[in-house]
Design a protein around this ligand. Sequence first.
Ligand code: SF4
Length: 401
Amino acid sequence: MPPETLPVARPQVRPTTEGWSQKLDGSGRPLLQFASPKRGKPPAHLADLTVEERKARLVELGFPAFRARQLATHYFTHYTSDPADMTDLPADTRHELVAGLLPPLMTELRRLTTDKGDTIKFLWKLHDGALVESVLMRYPGRITLCVSSQAGCGMNCPFCATGQAGLTRNLSAAEILDQVVRANRALAQGELRGKRKDETTPERVSNIVFMGMGEPLANYNRLMHAVRTMVAPQPEGLGMSARHITVSTVGLVPAIHKLADESVPVTFALSLHAPDDELRDELIPVNSKWKVDEALDAARAYFEKTGRRVSIEYALIKDMNDHGWRADLLAQKLLARGHGWVHVNPIPLNPTPGSIWTASEPEVQDEFVRRLNAAGIPTTLRDTRGKEIDGACGQLAAADD
Ligand code: SF4
């Protein structure tokens, strides 16, 4: 008997897609797409290059190398790619310089703002028509941007709006970074409401979460270039703190080990959503390749290597994965790997009444959290910011209608 000893055991709802068909591979299992389909490359951009490469590129174009730092300052400090703003550059070559190193990467197609104005969802169109989204959120003491790392996603999770369309392509590092630069520009222009009246310093994004469209570790090299540029001091990068950058994955185990070996101590989050392989195989198809225990071992190894406490993300879905015995099993598996290395963030799935994909009842959520905390696993229920504008995890579908 499962350890849940409630008088009436709650039903077990099995995951299945609703309103769309999951792509299957030759053996009838959900298709996993790791390789990015070949598409035209985005325009070459300063943010794709190292500092040395930026200088070399300028020399190639017939400009002095020192202009690289001036262009980087405009982009990473003033958040502009508009030649008209760059009065320190010679007027006759400004346009050429910008065309060479700061070409436009994305056009803003639409912006949705919550009533209070403290959350903005941006819809961006890339050079080849691919669509991606990012969500800017104000919290007390921090401003978080949820960024996309891929257009679409190849991981095929049945609950996820992004996964339905498959993988369109990987984003370039510059396309990832441009989401931050553009959000910083919106902040500098006061477009995110809720700034304290006594706060006079200009605002910028303080925290990044890679929880928008895509599986970041499936786009590893570009992800890492983007992260390194985020933490590089201004003006060569965005001057952010690595610990304020959260890289989240559904469990690409070899890439988790690789990430642990980088000398960039980002916060690492594993989207687990189920502690047992039986359910997780269906809920997170990549579990067919790397099982729960392997993903948890890799998460523990990340902690050992970096000393950074790991987050376990767990979307609470009514009668599917929110059973008390699953909270106990999760606690047991985490404790088996030690104490003090992990915390759990359950997040109620965004409610879709009548669907099998709906939020757990509040008392069930509370019981799930209580059991984990009682077992000694620090657990905090996260809010589902952005759900009114379909900006919460698993809802970024990037439709332009
Ligand atoms: S939940 Fe994450 S990994 Fe799964 S399909 Fe959606 S975006 Fe991809």
